[in-house]
Design a protein around this ligand. Structure first.
Ligand code: ZN
Length: 440
C-alpha cells in the first residue's frame, strides 16, 4: 500500500512547470490551479500510471515474488493445476520491483530474474544510460505471459523516472518522466544581531539563500555595515518534492538599515529590480575619462619586461592621457583605496562596485576622493598624472571581476536597464503584492 500511496503523491506532484503557491489572497486560487492542472490536462496519463502501479502491486501478490530470491523457473506456477480453458483468462505475467545495490548492472539484475539477454540488449540499445545504474535507484518491470520484458521503470532520482515500453518489433521506446515538486512561497524575516549571515541563518535561511539575498542587494548596500537592530524580510519560493526541499529561489527582499528601506524583486526575466522597476546594477562606463585616448599599452597578463626580461603581468590598460585630465569613476561604488603616498603605482584610487567588481586608477597627480566615500558613475575621482613607476604621462586603468584582473577594453560589464511597457506593468503589480508581505 505504501507504494500506491507514493504513486498517488507523485502523480499529484507531476506538474508541467513550477507552480508557485503564493501566500495571501492568491493562496486558494493558486492551490486550486496546482491541484486541478495535473488532473485535467494530464488526466489520462496519471490515471494510467496509477492503474499500472496498482496492477503491479496486485500481481506481485499473486505470484508471491520475493525481493531477496530469484524466481525458480522449474517450480510449477500455481495456475499449472488449473484447467486449460481457465489458463487463458488468468494472466501469468508478473511484475518485479528491485532496488539497485552495490555491484549491480542492468544485465546482472534482469538476468537473475530470467530476462532474456536479447531483451536486455534491446533496452540498453534504446538508452545507453542504463549501463550506469546507481546504488539506491529502483527498477520496476513487467514480463508478459510469454516471458518477454514488457515494460521497465527506472527511477533515477526523486526527480526523474524513465519508462521503457517494448515495441512489437522487439525494441524499446523510452519516455522520461520528470517529477516537479510543489513550489511554495515562504516569508523569512528577522532582526540583525551580530553578522547578517548568522542572523539570517537564525531566521531559517540556508547558506545559498543568504548568498542570493546579498547578491540581489549588492548594488545598493554593503551587508557588512548592517548594525544590530537592522531588519530584513525575504520571500523565497521553495520547491518541495516528496517531503524534501529541492531548490529555492529568492523572490523579494527588503532590508531596513538605519531607518532606510532597500528592496529588490525578481522579475520574469530572472533579474532583480527595485520597487520602481529600475535596474539595480547601474552599468559601467567603458572608459574612465570623458574623451577616449590612445591606448599606449594593452592589457597583457604575460607581458615581458623589456629591461629585466621577466614576466610582469600588465593587469590593466594604459591610456596616453595628458597630466591633469579628470579621471572618472566608471561605475557606482565605494572608494576602498585613495593612496596619495604612491609606490610603483604612484598615487592611486581603487573603487569597489557591488561584490564582484573593482576598478583601479594609477599614476595620478591629484586625488579627489577619500577611502569610504560613495561615488556615482561619472564622478571625478582624481586628476591623471605621471607618478610612481611610469615612463610618461598616462592613466593605468584596471577592472577586476571576482578577484581576477580582466581586459578593461573587452570585459563584459553589467548593463541593466529598467523594465518598460508590459513587463514593467506586470512587475509593478507583483511588487505591490510582495511589498505588503515583506513585513518585519
Ligand atoms: Zn599600465
Amino acid at each position: 500500500m505504501q507504494q500506491i500511496a507514493r504513486s498517488v503523491a507523485l502523480a499529484l506532484n507531476t506538474l508541467p512547470k513550477p507552480h508557485r503557491v503564493m501566500l495571501g489572497s492568491l493562496t486558494a486560487m493558486t492551490l486550486a490551479v496546482a491541484i486541478w492542472q495535473p488532473l485535467i490536462t494530464h488526466h489520462d496519463q496519471n490515471k494510467e500510471t496509477l492503474v499500472r502501479k496498482i496492477e503491479l502491486e496486485a500481481s506481485q501478490h499473486l505470484t508471491g515474488t520475493d525481493a531477496s530470491e530469484p524466481d525458480d523457473q522449474t517450480t510449477p506456477l500455481p495456475d499449472d493445476d488449473l484447467p486449460a480453458d481457465q489458463k487463458e483468462t488468468e494472466s501469468t505475467q508478473y511484475a518485479k520491483e528491485y532496488t539497485v545495490s552495490s555491484g549491480d548492472t542492468l544485465s546482472s539484475v534482469l538476468n537473475q530474474y530470467g530476462i532474456d539477454l536479447s531483451n536486455i540488449n534491446a533496452l540498453v540499445g534504446s538508452d545507453g544510460a542504463l549501463r550506469n545504474l546507481n546504488v539506491g535507484q529502483s527498477l520496476n518491470w513487467q514480463v508478459t505471459a510469454d516471458g518477454e520484458l514488457d515494460t521497465l521503470d527506472w527511477e533515477i532520482s526523486r526527480r526523474e523516472t524513465r519508462h521503457y515500453t517494448r515495441r512489437p518489433n522487439g525494441t524499446y521506446s523510452m519516455e522520461r518522466q520528470l517529477q516537479q515538486g510543489e513550489w511554495q512561497d515562504n516569508r523569512l524575516a528577522g532582526t540583525v544581531k551580530g553578522s547578517f549571515a548568522s542572523s539570517a541563518q537564525q531566521a531559517g535561511l540556508s547558506a545559498s539563500e543568504i548568498a542570493s539575498v546579498i547578491k540581489a542587494l549588492q548594488w545598493q548596500m554593503d551587508f557588512r555595515k548592517l548594525r544590530s537592530g537592522d531588519q530584513f524580510s525575504t520571500i523565497f519560493s521553495r520547491e518541495v518534492l516528496a517531503g524534501k526541499r529541492m531548490q529555492s529561489q529568492l523572490q523579494a527582499v527588503r532590508v531596513r538599515s538605519a531607518g532606510k528601506d532597500y528592496y529588490a524583486f525578481r522579475a520574469e526575466d530572472g533579474k532583480f529590480y527595485d520597487q520602481n522597476a529600475s535596474g539595480l546594477a547601474k552599468g559601467f562606463l567603458r572608459f574612465p575619462t570623458a574623451k577616449t585616448y590612445r591606448v599606449s599599452s594593452n592589457f597583457n597578463p604575460r607581458r615581458q619586461n623589456p629591461v629585466t626580461g621577466r614576466i610582469t603581468p600588465h593587469r590593466g590598460v594604459d591610456f596616453a592621457v595628458p597630466i591633469g585630465t579628470p579621471v572618472l569613476a566608471t561605475g557606482d561604488g565605494e572608494v576602498v583605496v585613495a593612496n596619495a603616498k604612491g609606490g610603483a603605482a604612484g598615487k592611486y584610487v581603487a573603487i569597489r562596485h557591488g561584490r564582484q567588481y573593482m576598478t583601479r586608477y594609477m599614476h595620478l597627480s591629484r586625488l579627489l576622493v577619500k577611502p569610504g566615500q560613495k561615488v556615482k558613475r561619472g564622478d571625478r575621482i582624481a586628476l591623471s598624472g605621471n607618478t610612481g613607476r611610469s615612463t610618461g604621462p598616462h592613466l593605468h586603468f584596471e577592472i577586476w571581476i571576482n578577484n581576477q584582473a580582466v581586459n578593461p577594453l573587452t570585459a563584459k560589464l553589467p548593463r541593466m536597464e529598467g523594465l518598460t511597457g508590459k513587463e514593467r506593468k506586470t512587475y509593478l503589480a507583483q511588487v505591490k503584492a510582495w511589498q505588503s508581505q515583506l513585513t518585519f
